[in-house]
Design a protein around this ligand. Sequence first.
Ligand code: TRP
Length: 327
Amino acid sequence: METVVSGIRSTGNLHLGNYYGALKNFIKMQESNRCLFFIADLHSLTTHPTAENLHGNVQQVLAEYLASGLDPEKATIFVQSDIPEVSEMYVLLNMLAYIGELERTASFKEKVRKHPHNVNAGLLTYPVLMAVDILIHKATKVPVGKDQEQHLEMTRVYARRFNNMYNTPFFPEPDAYNFGSELIKIPGLDGSGKMGKSEGNGLYLMDDEATIRKKVKKAVTDTGEKSDEMSEPVKNLFAILNVVSTPEVVNHYKEAYAAGAIRYGDMKNQLADDICKVTLPIRERILDITKDGQYLYKVRKIGAEKARESAAKNLVEMKKIMGFKLL
Ligand code: TRP
């Protein structure tokens, strides 16, 4: 059995791309693995959220993930800052991380470029904290997107370095969880690349019906004239249709397109209908869960207890290996 760990950025508001790209896979994984999913609120401090936002975002993300199908009975779902062992191991692991390699991290260089006035030390050591999230549970698999691959590679470097330094097989080197052909990328509706928060082209699980219809209506298309190569924006519409609609519906519009008789207005109405079928029930559940503070508290508490048990055990062993004499 694999131990799977994944951190979720605590900036709130899942979009359809997160749902199909990551979450649906998490939901599948939790059936047959030891899964630990957590909200990375310590990491989010690198960008200085306000005190109100920090906690509000945690509640929102937690509610959205639960509403989408992460199951606290099957997976350990917790909040990073509820596990003080993480911060302690972070101090220890920092001693094994070299400034040179941290400064060369792509994500760090990008942050420096984008936010030259907020280059804090936490940003530099972001990969160390992420490695701790993973190693503290001796995870063997980490589901990560392309942008996190380098961080995972650094995690392996730290695991190896520790093991070599102390001559022990203590930390397993975690691999990326490979979704293989199941990896679904949801494009944006603006004719460009993928759906993303920073791209401002997201269809959110929290969007109400009117908002979804409005966004889909505004989606970029083309003139509908027959051409050999389907235009990028229309390919994108089909990509989303493929995911949310039935094969019959997809075929109907593909044939219409091939015949040069497609009516994008109709296709968009259908697309909006089918997106709503997926997201509106989730939206209802998010609203219900958000109202139920006691339930959220319970989930968080049970998750923290389970995660702390595993974290504390591994931290103690790590400290012993390093030569600390524990009281
Ligand atoms: N850095 C990840 C992201 O931005 C979030 C994260 C934090 C994470 N700790 C992790 C992901 C541990 C996987 C494992 O998406």
